[in-house]
Design a protein around this ligand. Structure first.
Ligand SMILES: [Zn+2]
Ligand SMILES: [Zn+2]
Length: 193
């Protein structure tokens, strides 16, 4: 069973934070990848784009995928423990900015302690580390895997690599990886070289 929530963006932007239904199918996308499965009736209705319609309706030649995943690196947020907690930054009290003044003027300036995030992540605690999903190791963003003339982010490849009966089709011109597993089909955007 494919967890569609793994295919959406958690931050609520442009209405792609939840899977949706269009006709016979459920879709989930984060803007860089999209998956389609038979409709479950669990989601609200939303229209897919004309381009997405073309992706899914075109006939393609598929092949099995054999690719070696790159090594993960230890997560710095949790120091490899898998647990990390967010705390409000003490210096800026969560604002991300600090107020400074000198003899001439006064100004707000990005907080050096938290880098402007307003929060400090410390290893340990009870919560799963968000950066590595509690695994302690992760692929840094943009870790690319090259195969079939494509460059695909390892974090996306990891979502499909263990799907049953996975087959893929590479569009090297557009740099899109199409995939199929049972009645699920999807597309992952490649990374520009
Ligand atoms: Zn701060
Ligand atoms: Zn971590």
């Amino acid at each position: 069973m494919i967890d569609l929530m793994q295919w959406v963006k958690r931050e609520s932007i442009r209405g792609i934070e939840m899977p949706f239904t269009d006709g016979q199918f459920d879709f989930a996308t984060d803007g860089a990848a999209m998956i389609r499965v038979p409709a479950s009736g669990n989601y609200g209705t939303h229209k897919i784009t004309k381009q997405a319609n073309e992706w899914f309706s075109k006939e393609r030649e598929y092949q099995t995928l054999s690719v070696k995943m790159p090594k993960k690196v230890a997560c710095h947020d949790c120091e490899g423990k898998g647990k990390a907690s967010r705390k409000e930054c003490r210096e800026c009290k969560g604002k991300g900015e600090v107020f400074l003044n000198n003899d001439f003027h006064e100004y707000d300036c990005q907080c050096q302690s938290c880098g402007g995030d307003g929060e400090i992540i410390t290893p340990g605690g009870d919560d799963d580390c968000e950066n590595c999903s509690g695994k302690g190791k992760y692929w840094p963003r943009y870790t690319r895997v090259e195969f079939l003339g494509l460059h695909i982010d390892a974090n996306y490849l990891a979502k499909i690599i263990d799907l049953p009966n996975l087959v893929v089709s590479a569009d090297t011109g557009e740099q899109y990886l199409y995939f199929k597993s049972g009645d699920a089909v999807g597309v992952i955007k490649g990374m520009r070289q």
